[in-house]
Design a protein around this ligand. Structure first.
Ligand code: PMP
Length: 355
């Protein structure tokens, strides 16, 4: 068995792969592949209806929030959010907690003014900023709830009087939060939901239509809402696999149940990092991510040897992002605790001969 700690695209439940594979060959015994049916058929409409209903149910969304599955990666949302919410002369507030936040800031500047209200830069993004004020006349406040590259996570979601926007690409559906406290949530599917190529967007419809800019048809969230997320051909296979994953999550007991598993996995790995004399966690304890666990070796010259050691034990995807170095183990929803046990035991075993 391979222990897949990839940061994204990443592990999905085995049964989801099985069902998706069957659907490619023969969807529901129709004699047709899921890839060759029209998106306007009753068959695909049922998929779109179910996946949107599952999101609503799993996130406990109120009636003001709309659920969309849109083309593109989360990077498309870096642009689409300000295009829909930020007028040229207005200011949007952004938190800079690392690479993805910085990319979002860059795109927002194309549409209006940006005030970076807090930044973890001086601490090399090993913290989530705590003391900062968000101007109450800003168009919205944008945070990256989980920082995939640096391994930090907002444990407490900030309270704001202005619309709150969250990039949840790497921790969507992983923990219980008040999703309704966000006015716009977006997430690329390729971590906790499905294949790359589709974004989940949850938006409070009351924040739309407030700006003067003409928005291209395909970029205007209101058009997608009006058309039930079927304005044009959706990425049908990606949407279908998201539906399968969310069915799996619901059967598991939903977000609260998976959060418990995620906490257990993260606690197990962080404990080893803290106790093992060879390793150090890179993020301060209170801001550590339960999704992406980043750590380095106290003696960097051992890193290559350790990496080979893990490969022999079928552990894949733990090389850290080039900006941080060291290691990153991503513990997304579908990763079993048994894989974390294997990694922890490998770290212990390595310490016996190298500490
Ligand atoms: N935001 C976050 C938090 C991410 O982790 C990523 C990708 N890893 C992105 C945005 C960009 O996503 P995409 O590659 O789908 O555009």
């Amino acid at each position: 068995m391979v222990h897949n700690f990839n940061a994204g695209p990443s592990i999905l439940p085995k049964e989801v792969f099985q069902q998706a594979a069957e659907a490619v060959l023969n969807y529901n015994n129709s004699g047709l592949s899921i890839l060759e049916i029209g998106h306007r058929t009753a068959t695909f409409q049922a998929v779109m209806d179910e996946v949107r209903a599952l999101v609503r149910e799993l996130m406990l969304l109120d009636d003001q929030h709309e659920v969309l599955f849109l083309h593109g990666g989360a990077s498309t949302q870096f642009m689409q959010v300000p295009m829909n919410l930020l007028d040229e002369k207005e200011t949007a507030a952004y938190a800079d907690t690392g690479v993805w936040g910085i990319k979002a800031i860059k795109e927002a500047k194309l549409f209006g003014k940006v005030e970076v209200v807090c930044s973890g830069k001086e601490s090399n993004y090993t913290i989530i900023p705590k003391d900062f004020a968000v101007p109450n006349d800003a168009a919205y406040f944008h945070i990256t709830t989980n920082n995939t590259i640096y391994g930090s996570q907002w444990q407490k979601i900030p309270n704001t009087s202005i619309p709150l926007v969250g990039d949840m690409s790497s921790d969507i559906f992983s923990r219980v939060i008040d999703f309704n406290s966000f006015d716009l949530i977006y997430a690329g599917a390729q971590k906790n939901m499905g294949p790359a190529g589709v974004n989940l967007v949850v938006v409070n419809k009351n924040i739309l239509g407030k700006i003067k800019r003409a928005i291209p048809t395909i970029m205007d969230y209101r058009n997608h809402i009006k058309e039930g997320s079927m304005m044009n051909t959706p990425p049908v296979f990606a949407v279908y696999v998201c539906m399968l994953t969310l069915r799996w999550l619901k059967a598991l007991g939903g977000v609260a149940a998976v959060e418990k598993l995620n906490q257990a996995k993260a606690a197990c790995l962080y404990k080893e990092i803290d106790e093992n004399p060879l390793f150090t966690g890179t993020v301060i304890k209170e801001d550590r991510s339960n999704m992406n666990v980043c750590f380095v070796m106290n003696d960097p010259s051992l890193e290559e040897t350790f990496l080979s050691f893990t490969k022999e034990r079928n552990i894949v995807g733990i090389k850290g992002h080039r900006l941080v170095g060291g290691f990153r183990a991503s513990l997304y929803n579908a990763l079993p605790l048994s894989s974390v046990d294997v990694l922890v035991n490998t770290m212990k075993e390595f310490a016996l001969t190298h500490a």
